[in-house]
Design a protein around this ligand. Structure first.
Ligand code: SAM
Length: 274
């Protein structure tokens, strides 16, 4: 078989992987779901033709979306994950012993079902007693929550289809209301090469509500441009003021105390977006 998958990032540029096997393909009520086996990165989840995660490099994204805010908050007990149906974010959150409960609101049950089947290492924490999975719209869940969560993680798809609402100003206002008085949120905000406007808007909207607004980055080979950003909004605790001594070993492969701080050091062209 000489099959290659390409995610087009612009009309003239894409990222390509050689496919060993097509494991599953289905149009769910929300999106096109494909699970493929690639030669370089193992099994890979695609939604609407975009790479969501792969077995080989998932740890970067999932560790960075979870550990940066969870080590910034002094006592994170209740965490909300919006999206994240592959299970990787919940798995990393549950590595923190202070966490008593993680609620995940994923709109598409099929993403969870096929992640459990084909990405079992990533989707391995769903049976934990502290994890609660709600199949529903994260936007509505946030709007109906008040003063409830220490940490909110927006592990969503790009702002099209079911995720379009998750990048609106009203959503950031909702996140602010849903967080406790010293709460922190992190949202994945794509890459600065092809999605500069998305980052600019996320930072601008976060600043309207949160006294601490930061952008941090990591490197993910299977994501567009390889450089990924997260936008963090915090009511009180500043991630760059965290003492390295309070960052304990968390069984990670990317995140360290040094990476925590280094990830906030931005190249000039990314700083300029802020
Ligand atoms: N790590 C990925 C990335 O940045 O490419 C995203 C992971 S993917 C598992 C994101 C998930 O968000 C998908 O499973 C999708 O179904 C879910 N999602 C999209 N819109 C949503 C919404 N409004 N509420 C809850 N989940 C949503």
């Amino acid at each position: 078989m000489n099959l290659w998958f390409t995610e087009k990032q612009t009309k003239a540029f894409g990222i390509t992987a050689k496919v060993k096997n097509v494991l599953h393909t289905e149009t769910t009520p929300f999106q096109q779901l494909d699970m493929i086996e690639t030669e370089e990165f193992g099994n890979m989840l695609l939604l609407d033709g975009m790479v969501m995660t792969s077995e080989r490099d998932e740890f970067v994204y999932h560790e960075m979306i979870a550990h940066v805010p969870l080590f910034t908050h002094p006592h994170p007990k209740k965490v909300l994950v919006v999206g994240g149906g592959d299970g990787g974010t919940v798995k990393q959150v549950l590595k923190h012993p202070s966490v008593e409960k993680v609620v995940q609101v994923e709109i598409d049950a099929k993403v969870v079902e096929y992640s459990k089947m084909f990405l079992p290492e990533i989707a391995s924490a769903y049976d934990d007693d502290r994890a609660e999975l709600i199949i529903g719209d994260g936007f509505m869940h946030i709007l109906n929550s008040e003063n409830e969560y220490d940490i909110i993680l927006i592990d969503s798809t790009e702002p099209v289809g079911p995720a379009a609402n998750l990048f609106t100003k009203g959503f950031y206002a909702g996140i602010f209301k849903a967080l406790k008085e010293d709460g922190i949120f992190v949202a994945q905000t794509d890459n600065p090469w092809f999605k500069a406007d998305l980052i600019r808007n996320a930072i601008k909207d976060t600043r309207e509500y949160f006294s601490v607004t930061r952008l941090y980055t990591c490197n993910i080979p299977t994501y567009p441009s390889g450089m990924w950003t997260f936008t963090l909004g915090s009511k009180r605790h500043d991630p760059i003021a965290v003492s390295k001594d309070t960052i304990t070993d968390v069984d990670s492969s990317y995140y360290t105390a040094d990476i925590h701080h280094a990830s906030f050091v931005l190249p000039k062209f990314v700083q300029d977006l802020l």
